[in-house]
Write a protein that binds this ligand. Structure first.
Ligand code: ADP
Ligand code: MG
Length: 332
């Protein structure tokens, strides 16, 4: 019995390397989650400077998209729901536009207006029974990306009903990772990994010229990876339910909610998506939970350059056609 969890990018730098470059690391909490940052640089001073830049960029994005920070533009959009449109920075406007694009792509499995359902479901162990059906129905009534109103010229967003809310819980970490990477690449950093609790993007090679490797482990035995995957200029993102879920009548409900029914997704324990950008991978990993394994694999097989490994609630592994799991497992 095993499940898949992407815990970390494993860095194996060779002490014998003749190259001057080394990798520098920092671990810290940002956006309410653990970030592990790695950069390759010529010396410690440059390495630390690049790490500072990445931290600054992620913090900046947190200030834009956090729904907990009352000062963020996102909170202002939510506060003004049912009242008026809010003008936001082009960056936030574009992120919201792309989020809605992913909703269209996933037929509503992914929806940044899911947030009003968060009041109904709690995945911290405090729930003792399923919420009443009318409470669930009421929460869904305020969900729906199609109802958001956009003004492309003014960069304004309007949520037409009081109580409607947007939230970036399923895409924000990926976006932040992409932006931190883009900033460092623009600064000339040749290689690195931005890892937001298993949502990661990696570019370039290790100082010894080898690919970065990502460990896929059994969460019951995290010390031993059962597969090592090379990541070269790709993002790898895992959505998992092992920390946040509730069980009622033997059914395990994940912290990802189907915006169309108001009920949490069931049937998947983890979904690991490989895509060019972490933002897309993050949103798709969440969507796969809602779609379930069969539709999820079918869906991913239609997207060029995107792959997925799914572990279902029965511990069966499913993978999209671009993944050769047999080969990967031989790596360990
Ligand atoms: P993780 O936090 O495990 O990396 P995800 O990236 O899949 O997980 O994001 C899950 C979070 O996204 C939830 O905690 C919630 O805040 C939000 N969310 C839940 N369901 C949806 C959905 N259908 N569409 C968009 N966001 C969602
Ligand atoms: Mg996600």
């Amino acid at each position: 019995m095993f499940r898949i969890l992407l815990i970390s990018a494993w860095i194996a730098t060779s002490g014998l390397s003749a190259q001057a470059d080394s990798s520098y690391h920092r671990t810290l909490t940002l956006m309410g989650c653990r970030f592990d940052l790695t950069v390759v640089a010529e010396d410690a001073e440059a390495g630390e400077r690049y790490l500072d830049m990445a931290v600054g960029e992620i913090s900046r994005i947190e200030g834009l998209i956090s729904s907990w920070d009352p000062a963020s533009q996102t909170s202002e959009i939510n506060r003004r729901a049912g009242e008026r449109a809010v003008v936001v920075d082009p960056e936030l406007y574009d992120l919201i536009r792309r989020s809605v694009g992913i909703s269209t792509l996933t037929d509503g499995a992914f929806d940044i207006t899911y947030a009003s359902m968060d009041k109904v479901w709690h995945f911290d162990g405090s729930m003792t029974e399923l919420p009443p059906p009318d409470t669930i129905a009421a929460s869904v009534s305020r969900v729906g990306y199609r109802r958001m109103q956009f003004d492309d010229d003014a960069h304004s967003i309007f949520l037409p009903e009081a109580g409607m809310k947007i939230g970036f819980g399923a895409i924000g970490k990926g976006y932040a990772a992409d932006r931190a990477r883009a900033l460092l690449e623009a600064e000339g950093v040749k290689a690195g990994i931005i890892n937001a609790s298993g949502d990661l993007t990696a570019w370039g090679k290790q100082p010894d010229g080898k690919d970065w490797l990502v460990a896929i482990t059994n969460p019951l035995n995290k010390a031993k990876a059962f597969a090592w995957l090379p990541v070269d200029n790709r993002a790898v993102v895992t959505s998992g339910d092992y920390e946040k879920f509730v069980t009622f009548n033997g059914i395990r409900y994940a912290h990802i909610i189907d915006p169309r029914t108001g009920y949490p997704a069931t049937g998947i324990v983890s979904a690991t998506v490989f895509a060019p950008k972490a933002e897309l991978a993050d949103a798709l990993a969440t969507s796969i939970f809602v779609m379930g394994p069969e539709i999820g694999i079918d869906f991913i097989d239609q997207l060029p350059g995107v792959d997925v490994i799914i572990v279902d609630a029965g511990n069966q592994v499913h993978s999209s056609s671009g993944i050769d799991l047999q080969n990967f497992t031989q790596h360990d």
